[in-house]
Write a protein that binds this ligand. Sequence first.
Ligand code: ADP
Ligand code: MG
Length: 637
Amino acid sequence: MSIIRILPEKVANKIAAGEVVERPASVAKELVENSLDAGAREVEVHVESGGKRLIRVADDGCGMTRDDTLLAFERHATSKIKSAEDLDEISTLGFRGEALPSIAAVSRLDLETRHASEAVGTRLEISGGTLRNVKDAVRPCGTKVEVQNLFFNTPARRKFLRSESTELGHIASMVTHYALAHPDKSFHLTSVTNEILKASPVGSHRERLYQVMGSQMLEQLVEFGPVERPLPKFGSPDLEPDAEDAASPPVFTIFGFASRPEVHKLNRNQIYFFVNRRLIRDRLVLHALTEAYRNILPAGVFPVALIFLDLPSSEVDVNVHPSKAEVRFRNGSFVHDLVRDSVLQALMAARPVAAFPLPKQAPAAETREAHPGGQNLESYHQRQPGTSRPAQAGGFHLSAPRPDPATSYLPLAEAVLSAYAPPPPESWSVPCSTATTSEPQTGELPTDLQPLGQIQSSFIVATNAEGLWIIDQHVAHERVLFERHLRLRQDSKLEGQRLLLPIVVDLGPEQRVTYQNVAGELAANGFEVEPFGQGSIAVQAAPADIRADHVEKLVREILESLAQESRGLSLDELRRRIAASVACHAAIKINMPLDQEKMGWLLLELSKTDCPMTCPHGRPVVLRYDMKEIQKAFKRI
Ligand code: ADP
Ligand code: MG
């Protein structure tokens, strides 16, 4: 007896659903893509409970006839391709004919639609893949799909869904990127309590960006293109030579926005890359972007970028990923270089001289690694001639006034250093606002340190009987403030300071969702924030110690560091991240002269902290040069 059998269609659909429908946002994505493919000019998305209870997508697209409506739920039913050859030139967002039957297999789905050729529309109800009802519907042309109780019949899947706000965040991000790709269309996203995105049609991508992300985002960006580039003949080795001669070469068009050099993001979440208006992930393009920013951004920080690449559909294979999130380019290296060069050119043209405080004596060899960056500590570390990352350099050298390699360097054993300077984490050069509050290195700082002075107004030099100590003043203060802030938060004693004028911060749709999620915790941390028009918040009060001109950046950093993957954080970690960001912005900076009294105060306060040796982000605060090592190096013992 045969043991192999063809699975019933319902089972096959459930299996396909496993690939296509990962979470509410993937349902919303497929439905929005169908609306766009149907030529809709208006797309309305409404969700309840982060899409777990309801996702409704309504459009004014072409709609479907009754026959097509029934066919659409068959497996591999699509109007978008007819033959295998069509797969080589896909110009629609969908083509697999899998989304509707897959979604219908794992939810209760109602669809209403009308095509212009029919006077009466169709309403169809499906539950767990079983057709329950088909009837007439009086409605305008277009389609409305309601997906309720997603995964009601696949409890294992349902269990894996994240919190409602996480799921809503993913949906907001998805609708936002389609809105950015189609400025001529109207997008509207609502939840039960909020209007998350409302974008009416506008004339340009620039206007759409302003509408969706606000003016502050736009100010951070440089616009480039459109640039049209024909594919060079030699760039296409896999084409038949004569076929190539016959046709004119394919033309690639690139345009978009790239952030100014002073904009440093903590992750890649704000890098959007659209190929023929489809948002995709692509390593090649990320690499091209990294190349463009190579000497402009420090390692470990990321730009904001929106890159639109339009190219003939025969130049790109979109059939390489079940949810169509990746593509394969026929001429990858051409695309790579086009992206890199376009972004680089835009950055060069817009490079503001004043934003780059150059090192006093930048050694020539340093230019690739140590970029003149913003004002933060990391770029300072990187800028300082000869003081590359201490632990990485495998030993620290104290140099004598007259450099004579034979006699004037005092190599200090790594063991001595490492006790006090844990090796920098991978994210060494991530700005101090990065919220990876890694486990601190414990150790005690003596209370009898005598400050001698500062090196370059940035590092305090101190001594006691044990030897010589060098303390990074910014991270030392950060540690002090971090612990104090956390303590006050735990005792509910944090109070904000009212700002003279409220500071308005524009939020993107996804950030709005994050904000709603953490608004209570922000309030408990001394922020007083109110909604301000569509998509913005007004900060009325901020934690004491924060200068007014830091407030916007601080709020933005907190929301960014909590976005997406980190939304499922424990309350404890959430508080630590907020405290770390606040401490970073409130702490004294480098390049700040301190008098004896202030240095003494800082060292004493640092010695009282629980973890004086590491800053809240895991970087070393203190280096110690043991007296014995100093004596040994001078050959006195
Ligand atoms: P695909 O988009 O890959 O073709 P789907 O399962 O998403 O597969 O949809 C099947 C078919 O149903 C589509 O090819 C299209 O003809 C039709 N369809 C789906 N959604 C809509 C819509 N909103 N408006 C008009 N037609 C639609
Ligand atoms: Mg589809």
